[in-house]
Design a binder for this molecule. Structure first.
Ligand SMILES: Cc1ncc(COP(=O)(O)O)c(C=O)c1O
Length: 389
């Protein structure tokens, strides 16, 4: 999609129509019960409650929910979108809709930790067979397909370790075997990657990250087409996992500045990653826009930019030295999540069961926000000696 087109979508979509005296934004819409004048109207709404746009009861959606869903459809190039109460809810509802007892699910070995946890505990407990696979396997994943394989879940780039898989090849291999492909595209947002156009069936994302952008709301998004998305929507509704009015309002507001914020964190993230890469204590930078990152060539082909989240492998004398380094940073907060305006740092220990994570060094993840870059570099420069090398 042309750059200007994304800007237009972000500014125009999911807003009230132009009318004299109306606010430019969707109002904050809170509520549970919606009332009807006649039983006929009520029954029509009840029958259509699983369809986007139906006004029936707050849990199913309201005008603001549907405005955001419509904007996300246009952004992702999807027929349908359904919102969930968090990124994890978006992922778990999607997987519950796709894999039932007796089915087989393939999951990339570098998947986000809570996705792994859900698959290993709840899904397996419900009788779903789960196989983890090497995220860089490409078309070789076909060898892992079984007659009962229903879906494949992967992420680009991988959580914590940042390998970029060959998205179109993974999607095409799944399609050829009638396996539904699902990607967690939280890192790139639709500003930098549109996985549906690359052949993926379903895109899930945590809107708590860049979409909202200010670390003050939890929301998840699911986009895709046809019956698959309708089945997922039904699970979200059945489980009752929709976001509240305030979260929808904040996500709609986040949409307006998403492109500018992504462009900023792309530049800022690369700048800090480059600077860190030049320090004595750094063994390797794990950033999809850097040549040394596995799958960098796929990132170059399939993405138009990089977010501000990346990893660094440090030469450190011990785990305690890494803790001292992290503790001594004053401008980076220590915390999970990312995608807000604030810079964050977190030591990471990847869990692998199907592929090797056999690298030298201590892995630390950085989220670069909107702080002054010199301030961040000064902070890092003062803390790096704590690594003890
Ligand atoms: C890649 C990825 N996907 C999904 C999630 C879950 O999103 P949420 O925190 O909105 O549940 C996270 C959270 O850190 C994440 O990093």
């Amino acid at each position: 999609m042309a750059d200007s087109k994304i800007s237009d979508i972000l500014v125009q979509k999911g807003r009230p129509g132009k009318a004299e005296g109306r606010n430019v934004n969707m109002p904050l819409e809170m509520g549970s019960t919606m009332v009807f004048n006649t039983m006929a109207e009520f029954e029509a709404a009840r029958d259509a409650r699983y369809q986007s746009g139906t006004i029936y009861y707050g849990r199913y959606g309201n005008q603001a929910t549907y405005a955001l869903e419509e904007a996300l459809c246009v952004l992702d190039g999807a027929e349908s979108c359904v919102l969930a109460s968090s990124g994890v809810a978006a992922i778990t509802c999607t997987l519950m809709a796709l894999a039932k007892s007796g089915d087989h699910l393939l999951v990339a070995d570098n998947i986000y930790g809570n996705t792994r946890n859900f698959c290993e505990t709840l899904l397996v407990g419900q009788g779903v067979e789960v196989t983890f696979f090497d995220p860089m396997i490409g078309a070789g994943v076909a060898e892992l397909f079984q007659p009962n394989t229903r879906a494949l879940m992967f992420e680009a780039p991988g959580s914590g370790t940042f390998e970029v898989p060959d998205i179109p090849t993974m999607a095409a291999t799944c399609k050829a075997a009638n396996v539904v492909s699902v990607i967690d595209a939280t890192w790139s947002t639709p500003v930098f990657c549109r996985p549906l156009a690359l052949g993926v069936d379903v895109v899930v994302a945590s809107g708590s990250k860049y979409l909202n952008g200010h670390s003050d709301a939890m929301i998840g998004t699911i986009t895709g087409n046809g019956d698959i998305l309708q089945a997922i929507r039904k699970v979200v509704m059945t489980v009752g996992d929709k976001p509240g009015g305030q979260e929808v309002f904040l996500a709609l507001r986040g949409l307006r500045t998403l492109k500018m914020r992504m462009e900023h964190v792309d530049r800022a993230g690369r700048d800090i990653a480059r600077w860190l890469g030049a320090q004595n204590q750094t063994l390797r930078v794990l950033h999809p826009a850097f040549e040394c990152c596995p799958g960098h060539e796929y990132w170059q082909r399939d993405f138009t930019g990089a977010s501000g989240l990346f990893g660094v492998l440090f030469r450190a004398t011990s785990d305690a030295a890494v803790t001292r380094f992290v503790d001594s940073l004053s401008h980076f907060g220590i915390g999970v999540s990312w995608g807000g305006y604030e810079s964050l740092v977190l030591p990471v220990t990847p869990k692998r069961t199907a592929s090797n994570w056999d690298v030298d060094g201590h892995l630390v993840r950085f989220n670069i926000g909107f702080d002054d870059l010199d301030t961040l570099k000064d902070d890092l420069a003062a803390a790096l000696p704590h690594l003890g090398t």
